[in-house]
Design a protein around this ligand. Structure first.
Ligand code: 13P
Length: 335
């Protein structure tokens, strides 16, 4: 796979003011969300829900690529069409989550490390055969008393870079996702400091592992106050802090910054993305896009609630939230 193809894929992932749809929830995460809505936690319900998403009419108007889970990339619609083919036929690029989720990091109480590097080269080969053109690996950084520690940041950044290098070797564009969690009572400034430190480590490691910056996408958190912080800053404050942080740390060669939603409401995630693009689009070198799971899917999943009679209404909601975020990239979102 040539560098040129990697670069073309990376740019296509953030082209035309579109963004990515994350639908790569691991089984435990998917089951947790199903359980809250009383949806049976079985393979058939997971398949039916993912079929609902990939067959959403008009999804391709706002979504450039979809991140699938290992189970999902192998699944088919009820009439036997592979999900990958359904996506390809409407011009949505299929991608795959390749990390194996997080575990506690030894000697670092409260901190996490992402697993999945062993055997990754071979797994990537299979995903390429299955039609994936990009991949995702999520590292999790927790803010708390005395954390994150340097050891946690080092280890997670190193793994992200090793993963990214293997992806590019296999011809897959790596989505590099260091997520600083929103959980906690910390301030916007503390999230800023931790995110800045994290990104500096990540880009140092990406350079050390010779990752082609033009052939990757960064998927970060926005810089936001903790969910339990008494001071919830304005949308403009979040846009200012987020763009300041990324301008100071993300090289201009990276084609796109595709934010995760991280537990923000659908509306707030769109409003904040909109504010960033209104104020700063012409002053940043990379696309400011989206790679949301909850902020696009959650209202639709609640409407569906496992009932086939609700499929159409749920699809309308998913298409609507996706379009809201395309509008936000254009600075044209209104709630
Ligand atoms: P959220 O948008 O729900 O945070 O999910 C994005 C994602 O893919 C997390 O890895």
């Amino acid at each position: 796979m040539s560098q040129k193809q990697l670069i073309e894929t990376a740019y296509a992932m953030v082209a035309d003011d579109k963004g990515l749809l994350a639908m790569d929830e691991s089984m435990p995460t998917c089951h947790k969300r199903f359980a809250k809505l009383g949806i049976p936690q079985t393979e058939e319900y997971r398949r039916a829900y993912r079929e609902l998403i990939v067959t959403t009419p008009g999804l391709n108007e706002s979504i450039s690529g979809a991140i699938l889970f290992d189970e999902t990339i192998r699944q088919k619609t009820e009439d036997g069409t592979p999900f990958v083919q359904v996506l390809q036929e409407v011009g949505i690029i299929p991608g795959i989550k390749v990390d194996k989720s997080t575990k506690p990091l030894a000697n670092h109480p409260g901190e996490k490390i992402t697993e999945g590097l062993d055997g990754l080269r071979e797994r990537l080969e299979e995903y390429v055969q299955l039609g994936a053109r990009f991949a995702k690996w999520r590292a999790v950084i927790t803010i708390g008393d005395g954390i994150p520690n340097q050891g946690c940041l080092d280890a997670n950044a190193h793994l992200l870079a090793r993963y990214a290098a293997l992806c590019q070797e296999a011809g897959l564009v790596p989505i590099v996702e260091p997520e600083v969690l929103m959980d906690g009572a910390h301030s916007l400034q503390r999230c800023y400091d931790v995110t800045e430190q994290t990104l500096r480590m990540v880009f140092a490691q990406l350079a050390a592992q010779r990752v082609l910056l033009e052939g990757m996408i960064l998927k970060p958190n926005m810089v936001v106050p903790g969910l339990e912080c008494p001071k919830q800053n304005s949308v403009d404050d979040v846009a200012d802090a987020t763009v300041t942080c990324f301008r100071r740390t993300v090289p201009a060669a990276v084609p796109g910054v595709a934010f995760l939603s991280g537990g923000q409401s659908s509306e707030l995630a769109s409003e904040r993305l909109n504010a960033m693009n209104v104020k700063y689009k012409s002053r940043v070198p990379w696309a400011m896009a989206y790679s949301f799971a909850r902020a696009i899917q959650q209202p639709g999943m609640s409407i569906w609630a496992g009932d086939p009679a609700n499929v159409e209404a749920a699809q309308k909601s998913i298409a609507h939230r996706a379009k809201c975020n395309r509008d936000a990239r254009r600075g044209e979102y209104s709630a």
